[in-house]
Design a protein around this ligand. Structure first.
Ligand SMILES: O=P(O)(O)O[C@H]1[C@H](O)[C@@H](O)[C@H](O)[C@H](O)[C@@H]1O
Ligand SMILES: [Mg+2]
Ligand SMILES: [Mg+2]
Length: 335
């Protein structure tokens, strides 16, 4: 009987054993070595990359989610299905939070159980337009703490990985942030996101304006939050900030940045919370705090808020990227 099943039985009686079993789970996860799990995650990410590389080159059926800029394709759904079924086959008691499973109506609940947090294609708009920055992001959490993170930038063939307490790597080469402490010497990355309402757009553009006038050296947007953040871990950029992304976009890369010697905080300056949909990842705390001081956030429902992720109305939209964009019937999307 798994510890999670033990939890559910004894928690009903609220017996002292319940505390004992959760303490066992905590101690076990602290002692556990998740290397074998991470290596399996890397193995299936490599398999998923082959599917993405093939689909990258061909015409795609594009569907819309929360806005005309929030795209999804059959490949996103197929890759997520492939990853989750491969993991279930090896680790049947593990839990999952997947971007496209949540979009299809699954509840987003992070428990103490071993949980895989998956974005099958981070940078779907790039994928649709054949803009060559498309990543698979896989994080693994136990007791709500990320134990390892994998970000595979598929077209670049750069596999970023980190295990808690054991450093960060890109294609097995150790990573280190720039360590930059002077905001006026920083190159920033951010994302414009899929929000197209006036408040979000005004907030995003005023944040860019305020940061540029500090001044900073520049601001870039690669189109995938996961790769943006991995660039901080390489020292290729010095800080990333974003409001509105989801846990699956950044759970893996947040660990990769911190294991490369960077800092990851909330945009309000408090401790990072992967469900809050706000993040600053930086080469140093002084740069992170300076960005927190300069920017404002627009309101976002937490990822783990039960009211979040309602089935969004599907919007008709045409695109000039040579792909067919079509309306999805209402209700849950097939996965
Ligand atoms: O939907 P995918 O998985 O492509 O994730 C991207 C979001 O769609 C953007 O809004 C967001 O701004 C980031 O670009 C994020 O990577
Ligand atoms: Mg994403
Ligand atoms: Mg995605």
């Amino acid at each position: 009987m798994s510890l999670e099943e033990l939890h559910s039985i004894f928690s009903v009686f609220a017996l002292p054993i319940f505390d004992l079993s959760s303490n066992i789970l905590r101690r076990t996860s602290r002692m556990a070595d998740w290397t074998e799990c991470m290596n399996y995650g890397i193995h299936i990410a490599r398999e998923a990359r082959e599917v993405i590389l093939h689909a990258f080159r061909i015409k795609k059926a594009v569907m819309l989610k929360s806005s005309p800029a929030d795209l999804v394709t059959e490949t996103d759904q197929r890759v997520e299905r492939m990853l989750i079924s491969a993991i279930k086959a090896k680790y049947p008691h593990h839990k999952f939070i997947g971007e496209e499973s949540v979009a299809a109506g699954e509840k987003l609940i992070l428990t103490d159980s071993p949980t895989w947090i998956i974005d099958p294609i981070d940078g779907t708009a790039n994928f649709v337009h054949r803009f060559p920055f498309v990543a698979i992001s896989i994080a693994f959490a136990v007791n709500k703490q990320t134990e390892f993170g994998i970000v595979y930038s598929c077209i670049e063939d750069k596999l970023y990985s980190a295990q808690r307490g054991r450093g960060a790597f890109c294609n097995d080469i150790p990573l280190a942030t720039s360590g930059q402490e002077d905001i006026t010497k920083c190159l920033l990355v951010t994302e414009i996101g899929a929000e197209r309402d006036q408040l979000a757009l005004a907030t995003m553009t005023s944040n860019i304006h305020r940061l540029l006038e500090i001044p900073v050296h520049g601001i870039r947007a690669v189109g995938t939050a996961a790769v943006d953040m991995c660039l901080i871990s390489t020292g290729g950029a010095d800080a990333y900030y974003h409001i509105g992304m989801h846990c699956w976009d950044i759970a893996a890369s947040a660990l990769i940045v911190s294991e490369a010697g960077g800092v990851v905080i909330d945009t309000n300056g408090s401790e990072f919370d992967m469900m809050a949909r706000r993040v600053i990842a930086a080469s140093s705390m002084s740069v992170a705090r300076r960005i927190a001081q300069a920017i404002q956030a627009f309101p976002c429902e937490r990822d783990d808020d039960p009211r979040a992720h309602p089935q969004k109305a599907q919007i008709e939209h045409s695109t000039d990227s040579g792909n067919d964009v079509h309306k999805k019937a209402g209700g849950h999307r097939r996965l």
